[in-house]
Design a protein around this ligand. Sequence first.
Ligand code: SF4
Length: 338
Amino acid sequence: MMDKKLISVANLYKRFNLEAGFFARQGNYVKAVNDVSFFIGRNESYGLVGESGSGKSTTARLLVKMYEADSGEISFHEQDDSINVRLLKGASLKSYREKVKYIFQDPARSLNPRMSIYEILTSGIKWSTAGAHDKKQLRDEAASLLEEVGLSSMDLDRKPSEFSGGQRQRISIARGLMMKPKLLICDEVVSALDVSVQAQILKLLIDLKESRNKAGMDLSFLFIAHNLKVASYFCDRIAVMYKGEIMEEASAKDLWKEHYHPYTSLLFSSAIGNDSIPKPADNTTPAESASVGSTPLSTADSAGCSFASRCPHAMEKCKIEKPEIKFPKDDHYFCCHL
Ligand code: SF4
């Protein structure tokens, strides 16, 4: 479990303009990430959960500077030093990205079909800031990693098209681990897979984390998912996001037993079926009308709760007054007037 912070995010904002070009109107934007703060501990699995459009992938992409944040802080903590990620450029950004690796949802699109598995696994390390590598040693490392993710060292010379979706995701995970990162960002890595394959990939991630922890190597995860049940299975702590904001954050165990925000209840009910929903604090269940799918875009500055238009418990106050953060426990908070 976590004892120290690896990465921390404070008051992060990102807006995207909805119009482009010279005649684009100002003020026509979507609030993709809106005042988000959290941290991920060393050896911790932290989950960002929400429907598509909730801002979880944008938040993750801000962490690796695929997008530039509008404002806010991202700090990466190494031994006694803290790096301001937003200021990184050139070689220092490259070195940071070797410690924070990103695994995408669709391995078919993220693996170059013309390259062999060996080339895919080692292309990053050949150009790394660590300098030249011995060829034999590199091939041995790639072979051993491939076996660790459940494939064979004989697969090194094959092409991605020769593998199933689940196997391709294993290759993506092996590529992510090749640089011995401190943080692995798993962006919906099981969402496109069959349920049985999902379970195998989750088991693999748990095994990888345990084996690295046992060997004294730090490995943390940022796990992005729309399924709260899947995230609860894998993560130590979870933040539930809606319209670019964190609605509730708690340990996965706590959230499963007792959650307070109506949106968290809605996500649980869609993930596990209404009969077995852990009841929220007021013993209500999500209204039938509040269905799960994608988050409506947050395009205007609203005074009230961003979930008010879908919330079965919305009151007049919810439309005009932003809910304050409440802490039922030290490590559990939610934003709601209830
Ligand atoms: Fe629903 Fe109001 Fe709570 Fe928002 S503040 S989640 S609208 S009850």
